[in-house]
Design a protein around this ligand. Structure first.
Ligand code: ATP
Ligand code: MG
Length: 355
């Protein structure tokens, strides 16, 4: 019997509500497994930590997290603290510190749920969006001069390196190859952005030669939004830059029913550092403390975590339980239901215990 050590970082807003629900579901899976148990340690990093100590996490925060098998993250962000502090101080510090360069965002229509697209069946929408997670538009490069003056200039420089683009491209082609349809769409904006985006196109073509069985095509990001709405069945695996994939995956989540169900894995594929699993939604202060946050995104990403740990059976069992519950009509308000976070969580645990 294996024991996985998991660091839970519930964070801000509804983060603690959905991560609490996720840990309860994970522990129920562990109880019903003769393969593994879970030792979960909570970390209080986030906006409250910032208010008390002036930093989102302690200076040796990354060192404290380094030895864990996986990180289970809620959300970060608070209305009274600049995003620059919350995001860069915690989430991006972890992603960059642990070189989690591949951000993997599966999207499909779970049993019983409906897409806002007319005539879109679950067979028509089954995507994985791969987001470059270490450089590009979110490299933090740039600056401002002549602050507050009429001649003020701000630059926001996207950094694309051959090594950085090549590794995400290899990852995306390999992922596409592992899926039944073996199809990859590479998204850029190389008609208007003439340097970094052209490098993406070139490296895509180079990488494709190593994956002759993967059918691939290129899309400009603006045309891609239209294709996602009008022809979702033509897409399977998608790879895009940090900024583009950030936007496309919010659209994808909404097309699959709600931002509250969507999961994401921040992977260090070489496993030199722990990977981090989180729902894609943010801290959502408008619904905090009401007990109505949808925990499905946190459950789905827990399944991604189990997959990453090699517990594929438990991961499949978790998703089967989630879909039994979504199909039964026990849903939170964002999905048109009336159930609370607690009711959905108890129903999923019930389905795991019966399955
Ligand atoms: P961020 O700044 O990180 O994007 P946010 O607070 O804007 O965070 P989002 O995740 O972008 O939150 O969510 C936008 C809105 O969608 C929220 O304000 C909330 O009403 C709704 N929402 C998000 N997540 C959930 C969830 N898990 N369950 C129910 N509703 C949600
Ligand atoms: Mg938001």
């Amino acid at each position: 019997m294996k024991t996985y050590v998991i660091a839970a970082i519930p964070g801000d807003g509804i983060g603690p509500e959905v991560i609490g629900a996720g840990v309860a579901v994970l522990q129920s899976l562990a109880r019903h497994s003769n393969r593994f148990s879970l030792a979960v340690t909570d970390f209080d990093y986030g906006s409250d930590h910032y208010r008390r100590h002036g930093v989102m996490m302690p200076a040796d925060g990354l060192d404290r997290l380094r030895g864990f098998d996986a990180l289970y993250f809620g959300a970060v962000g608070a209305p009274d603290i600049p995003d620059d502090v919350t995001l860069w101080g915690l989430r991006l510090a972890i992603c960059q510190g642990f070189d989690q360069y591949a951000n993997v965002r599966p999207t499909r229509i779970l049993a019983g749920l409906r897409s806002p697209l007319r005539d879109c069946s679950p067979d028509d929408l089954d995507w994985v969006i791969v987001r470059e997670n270490s450089e590009g538009e979110y490299a933090g490069q740039g600056g401002r001069s002549h602050r507050g003056h009429p001649e003020e200039i701000a630059t926001e420089v996207a950094i694309f390196t051959r090594a950085g683009v090549a590794r995400i491209m290899r990852f995306a082609f390999a992922l596409a190859q592992s899926r039944p349809r073996k199809r990859l769409t590479v998204v850029t904006k190389s008609n208007a952005q003439r340097h970094g985006m052209v490098l993406w196109d070139e490296i895509a073509a180079e990488t494709a030669t190593q994956f002759p069985d993967v059918a691939w095509d290129k899309m400009l990001v603006d045309a891609m939004t239209v294709r996602m709405v009008h022809d979702p069945a033509s897409l399977d695996t998608v790879v895009a830059t940090n900024l583009h994939a950030d936007i496309l995956s919010d659209l994808a989540a909404a097309l699959a029913g709600s931002i509250g169900i969507a999961p994401t894995a921040n992977l260090n594929p070489e496993r030199r550092f722990p990977s981090m699993f989180e729902p894609i939604h943010g801290s959502a202060f408008d619904i905090m403390g009401k007990g109505i946050a949808n925990p499905v995104g946190a459950f789905w990403t827990a399944a991604q975590m189990l997959d990453h740990l090699g517990e594929t059976e438990a991961a499949a069992r978790l998703m089967a339980a989630v879909e039994l519950v979504t199909a039964s009509g026990i849903r939170t308000r964002d999905l048109g239901g009336e159930a609370t976070t607690k009711q959905v969580t108890e129903a999923v645990i019930g389905a795991i215990e019966q399955g």
